[in-house]
Design a protein around this ligand. Structure first.
Ligand code: SF4
Ligand SMILES: [Zn+2]
Length: 377
């Protein structure tokens, strides 16, 4: 037993067992999960159909590496980010080189791929996260092979010096920044993002100066926000950030384990977005977005599942498919004739959110019986 003074009951000094670690990643399950994996193997490698920057369809390889993780997460972390489930602070440079070799082996040396997305659960070119010699190798190797490269970064880590270092090794590669929301209050209190819209705008101009491409992620429905606010705000943000970006990807919330949003979801204080809201956002913004040169993608990760964007269950597959088709065709007719009884429930929720004083929204579980829904959680 340690007293308030830090002295044990028998007068001896306690042995320091732990440095300060954040609670969720220190649960026995998280520790055993982290320690179960092999640091020489990447977390995930897969191929998907994609589009090159000139619009040509291609195959892209996505390589998700096991790294030390995001410096922001170690300090504080975004409210929805569960990447810490795939990171560990003892990943070495040798491990990362080995993971890259393994990714090549799994993809048959990037056979038939024209694009590679290299995701490190943080900022690719942050030296505290990834060893610079490894960054350099990935940048050069993908460039020499003529592969289009996408890496991710936090806005405030895009310093002009580092960006020109990157651009020298892989000219014209794409840097994706998780902006999430184009609103400082939402960034600070809903996302805990760690940077402001001003910092993001500066990073966009620095990226352009370095001749790099700008990809922006927006998060549809951060925690502590009603469905109607998510719909109205994100539509507005999309209109505003599209002209400043080469590509925008709107990511509807999917709830990752042990995050803040997971906590309020389990407490029945947060519902992932409706697929109908995504359709409505696309319809509202279509004209503005198609007149800019920006490519917009809406990809409902875990769409139709309870932890991802979903409707009533019956119509989920159909609506997800229409949204995915729209990302390729840019044709609003994909949504023609889509309907379901649950659309009225969604409409009522949006109306209520806008007329009743409940800032966190009216949304309830959509997969429970009406009786269970009416009961208090
Ligand atoms: S900056 Fe990115 S990787 Fe870091 S905590 Fe936020 S979402 Fe996660
Ligand atoms: Zn439905």
């Amino acid at each position: 037993m340690v007293g308030a003074s830090g002295i044990l009951g028998d007068g001896s000094k306690p042995v320091k067992i732990h440095h300060l670690v954040k609670a969720p990643e220190n649960t026995p399950q998280s520790i055993s999960r982290r320690e179960s994996w092999d640091a020489t193997k990447p977390a995930t490698v897969y191929k998907t159909p994609e589009m090159l920057r000139d619009g040509t369809p291609c195959t892209a390889a996505t390589v998700i590496l096991r790294t030390k993780g995001c410096v922001w997460w170690w300090k504080s972390g975004c409210t929805f980010c569960g990447y810490f489930n795939d990171v560990r602070d003892d990943v070495s440079a040798d491990d990362l080189f080995a993971q890259w070799e393994e990714a090549k082996r799994l993809t048959n040396d990037f056979k038939d791929c024209k694009m590679v997305k290299v995701y490190t659960s943080g900022t690719f070119f942050e030296d505290r996260e990834n060893p610079p010699e490894w960054q350099e190798m990935v940048l050069r190797e993908t460039y020499e092979r003529g592969l289009e490269l996408i890496v991710e970064a936090q806005a405030h880590l895009c310093s002009p010096d580092k960006l020109s270092w990157v651009a020298e090794r892989h000219p014209g590669c794409t840097v994706a920044i998780g902006l999430e929301a184009y609103d400082d209050t939402v960034l600070r209190f809903h996302c805990n993002k760690g940077f402001s819209t001003k910092t993001w705008k500066k990073s966009v101009s620095d990226l352009r100066d370095a001749g790099l491409r700008v990809k922006t992620y927006l998060l549809f429905k951060p925690p502590f926000m009603s469905e109607a606010d998510a719909l109205n705000f994100t539509s507005e943000w999309l209109r505003e950030v599209a002209p400043l970006s080469d590509e925008v990807s709107v990511n509807p919330m999917n709830i990752q384990r042990n995050t803040v949003v997971d906590r309020i979801f389990r407490n029945r204080e947060y519902r992932p977005p409706w697929l109908w809201s995504l359709v409505e956002m696309i319809e509202r913004t279509h004209d503005d977005i198609s007149s800019s040169n920006c490519r917009t993608i809406v990809h409902p990760t875990a769409g139709g599942r309870v932890r991802g964007a979903h409707n009533c269950k019956n119509c989920d597959a159909e609506v997800v498919a229409a949204i995915e088709r729209y990302s390729v065709s840019r044709d609003l007719r994909e949504f023609k004739g889509l309907n379901c009884d649950c659309k009225n429930i969604w409409k009522a929720e949006i109306d209520n959110d806008q007329s009743l004083p409940t800032p966190l929204g009216q949304g309830r579980d959509r997969r429970l019986s009406r009786v269970d829904m009416a009961r208090a959680p």
